[in-house]
Design a protein around this ligand. Structure first.
Ligand code: AHR
Length: 493
């Protein structure tokens, strides 16, 4: 019998709600058509933002949105995206598909989108092809109340009060598309750029330095040593691919059992990355003042046949739901260091929570995982030990169950995924020194390859009743194969 043991006396602290953050880049159909259709569109919108998508994002309580990239960020010049739309500069998006970017979605539109969703903005500024002055003036434009020419420009563009944007990324993937820098060089550049990103009024900036590519531990070492004292966050990017090499991504749908387990097992690499980068950070920052910011994560598969290879459009199956559950459980359990994570990307790109086609919208299995996990936001993490068997095929095996737990408002939330594609898991949940009074549940369950398509919903969150509160105060749960479940537990007083 599998066992999940919760200990409410043992906690790593509060699960920062920003772990449930998202990422939206000027890439493919994420911004244009996905989030923004323009004021004149036939598709229902408010000031150009798609009403259906905004409503769906509100439902999962998106706390934070990162923009404008990604690689695009280091070619983006914010001045091109403000003022009258017909006068905005047109550019070619050289990173993503070579399409024309007309800058109709710029700074004001992004902040309006965040306001509509009810989330915090996180702006990733340009180091690769930008200037210190450009970045400094972007911060000033958004956050200052002073009577300067830069601020007057904001007034002219319709906004009197400061936006008070707190989260700022200083370059993106500066080791790659953001300038191909060496860590020693970037550390100095980071120190210089962040110096001129000023705090205005009571707003305190949260400055995020570009962190490593996956397991580049030397990058973290150098950054923490040379610039750790100047940053509030250090980013980490890691994508899961199905094959053994980065180039071997494979299809998002129609995969076989071995490819299913390859992918979910590969995604557990995040545990090692967070742990080992965290150990390096611990040496330079034992107080854990600097947060780890996993601001790009998720599955990266081949694009859907017939779509622009530069648009990174992929379908999303129950396999993606498993990977989302695995990663979010890892972040919850490391909430003493991980303060933010941003799945890549919100709409129509990579492991998207939403897909759109014209006026239609699909909520992917990954979307439903974010729905099941939303109670963890700003809750107190609860120690969660799992004792279970293995699932997988030869060479690609892992624990059958992955789980995390938290408590808020007198209730405990346990989220658990049964990774097995075909075996249910009988499991006892016990809460140390406590007896369970009552439980409610919700579940997402399907076959490993199930996905939702336009006009065809196959998997969605349903009420879950496959459990029983035993006389001893424990809970017996029958977790079906390939499922993600949320159990909300009330304890006896
Ligand atoms: O999310 C797609 C791309 O992946 C981002 O632009 C870049 O930062 C990363 O390499």
């Amino acid at each position: 019998m599998n066992k999940i043991i919760l200990d409410t006396k043992n906690s790593k602290g509060i699960i920062n709600k920003n772990i449930y953050g998202h990422f939206s880049e000027h890439l493919g159909r994420c911004i244009y058509q996905g989030l923004y259709v323009g004021e004149d569109s036939q598709i229902p919108n408010k000031n150009g933002m798609r009403t259906d998508v905004v409503e769906a994002l509100k439902k999962i309580q998106v706390p934070l949105l990162r923009w404008p990239g990604g690689c695009f960020a280091d070619e983006y010049h914010w001045q091109d995206g403000i003022g009258p739309k017909e006068e905005r500069k047109r550019m070619v998006n050289t990173n993503w598909g070579g399409v024309v970017e007309d800058n109709s979605f710029g700074t004001h539109e992004f902040l309006e989108l965040c306001e509509q969703i009810g989330c915090e903005p996180y702006i990733n500024a340009n180091v690769g092809s930008g200037t210190v002055r450009e970045m400094a003036e972007w911060v000033e434009y958004l956050n200052s109340e002073g009577d300067s020419s830069v601020v007057k420009q904001r007034w002219k563009n319709g906004r009197k009060e400061a936006f008070n944007v707190k989260y700022w990324g200083v370059g993106n993937e500066s080791w790659g598309c953001g300038g191909n820098m060496r860590p020693e060089y970037y550390a100095d550049e980071y120190r210089r750029y962040q110096t001129y990103c000023r705090n205005y009024g009571p707003n305190r900036l949260f400055r995020i330095a570009c962190g490593p590519n996956g397991d580049d531990y030397n990058w973290t070492e150098v950054l923490m040593k040379q610039a750790g004292g100047y940053m509030d966050g250090l980013s980490l990017h890691h994508y899961t691919v199905c094959g053994d090499k980065w180039e071997d991504k494979r299809a998002a749908t129609g995969f076989n059992l071995e490819e299913y387990y390859r992918t979910v097992v590969h995604s557990t690499k995040m545990e090692e990355l967070v742990t080992r980068h965290g150990q390096i950070m611990d040496r330079y920052d034992p107080e854990k003042r600097v947060g780890m910011v996993v601001d790009e994560w998720g599955n990266w598969f081949d694009v859907e046949p017939g779509t622009n290879p530069g648009f990174l459009y992929q379908q999303n199956t129950m396999r993606d739901a498993m990977v989302a559950a695995i990663n979010l459980n890892i972040f919850n359990k490391h909430c003493d260091r991980v303060v933010m994570a941003n799945i890549a990307q919100t709409v129509n790109v990579l492991q998207a929570v939403i897909l759109t086609e014209g006026d239609q919208m699909v909520l992917t299995p990954t979307y439903h995982v974010f729905d099941l996990y939303k109670a963890h936001q700003n809750a107190r993490e609860v120690d969660c030990q799992v004792q279970c068997g293995k699932a997988g095929v030869e060479g690609f095996e892992m624990d059958q169950l992955t789980a995390s737990a938290s408590e808020k408002d007198g209730k405990i939330t346990l989220t658990v995924a049964n990774i097995s594609a075909d075996q249910s898991a009988e499991t006892v949940v016990c809460i140390r020194e406590n007896e369970v009074e009552s439980v409610t549940g919700r579940i997402l369950q399907g076959n490993m390859g199930d996905y939702n398509d336009f006009g065809k919903t196959v998997v969605e969150v349903k009420e879950f009743t496959g459990f029983e509160v035993m006389e001893c105060g424990r809970v017996k749960v029958e977790l079906p194969a390939c499922c993600v479940a949320e159990l909300t537990v009330c304890l006896k007083k």
